[in-house]
Design a binder for this molecule. Structure first.
Ligand SMILES: CC(C)(COP(=O)(O)OP(=O)(O)OC[C@H]1O[C@@H](n2cnc3c(N)ncnc32)[C@H](O)[C@@H]1OP(=O)(O)O)[C@@H](O)C(=O)NCCC(=O)NCCS
Length: 146
């Protein structure tokens, strides 16, 4: 049996607070950045996805609707103790299926340059030029959900 469980997280729930902790640990903290109250309040209409191992959150991903057809994948983070075990890929696949079931036809994202090969391996394509976000190099990437 697969030891990992993937499920949705309610905004502002206790599970959501663990999600924000993980995002801080993996994404923002190492850059010396943090989340503002406004930024987190603005996530109430996003879909929050968590991956659990023995009841503990080990990975997360956020889907933010952009318009009727496009949805943005953001805040993809896997606890560094369990990276490279397929959790990131599992969450991306789950989020693509969820996005399709909600009627979205295109996934867009801002990939950290270090994570571009991870997304390319799942058929995401770079578009435009490299840009800086949260102080580090990023690329816009896109995938049509078929
Ligand atoms: C990037 C990240 C989400 C990937 O999740 P993960 O669980 O470690 O990755 P997976 O084990 O699911 O890897 C899936 C595939 O991508 C490859 N891959 C993962 N990270 C990679 C990287 N940085 N560069 C190249 N390939 C990578 C794996 O080798 C694997 O290939 P395979 O399917 O042929 O075996 C995770 O490593 C992470 O949280 N990194 C730090 C935060 C971050 O950069 N987040 C992304 C922000 S855009």
């Amino acid at each position: 049996m697969d030891p990992f469980t993937i499920r949705l997280i309610d905004h502002n729930s206790d599970d959501y607070r663990y999600e924000v902790e993980l995002r801080h640990l993996i994404l923002r903290g190492p850059l010396g950045l943090s989340f503002s109250t406004e930024e987190l309040a603005g996530e109430s209409n996003s879909h929050h996805i968590g991956c659990y191992f023995e009841g503990e959150l080990v990975g997360c991903l956020v889907l933010r609707p952009v318009n009727a057809t496009q949805v943005q994948m953001r805040q993809v983070a896997v606890n560094d103790l369990v990276q490279g075990k397929g959790i990131g890929k599992m969450m991306v696949k789950y989020s693509e299926a969820l996005a399709k079931s909600l009627g979205f036809v295109e996934m867009v994202l801002h990939a950290r340059e270090t994570a571009v090969p991870f997304y390319e391996a799942m058929a995401y394509t770079k578009i435009g030029d490299r840009f800086t976000e949260v102080s580090i190099p990023h690329w816009s990437m896109v995938k049509v959900l078929v």
